[in-house]
Design a protein around this ligand. Sequence first.
Ligand code: SF4
Length: 94
Amino acid sequence: IKVEEKLYQNRYIVDENRPHIQIKNPELCATECGDQACTFCCPANCYNKEEGGGVSLVTDGCLECGTCRVICQDQDNVSWNYPRGGYGISYKFG
Ligand code: SF4
């Protein structure tokens, strides 16, 4: 079974207008962050490079793995919390 097929087994309840992860200062992504590791380390592809050098974040489908929180420690530009109770990812296989 492919990773994409496994991810499709998960269920996600979006907390509308209350993203649990936010980029603190989007300008910093474009000007201070060289490799923008979040755009290739996030297993759910929540981060994407934008035209103009910035990074966009859509937390729908976030696996709550914490990778972006760790790889952004040098820049400290990610505000990371778990979703409120009842929202976020549900893993079919635990
Ligand atoms: Fe992606 Fe994991 Fe960060 Fe969620 S917690 S946005 S899945 S790297």
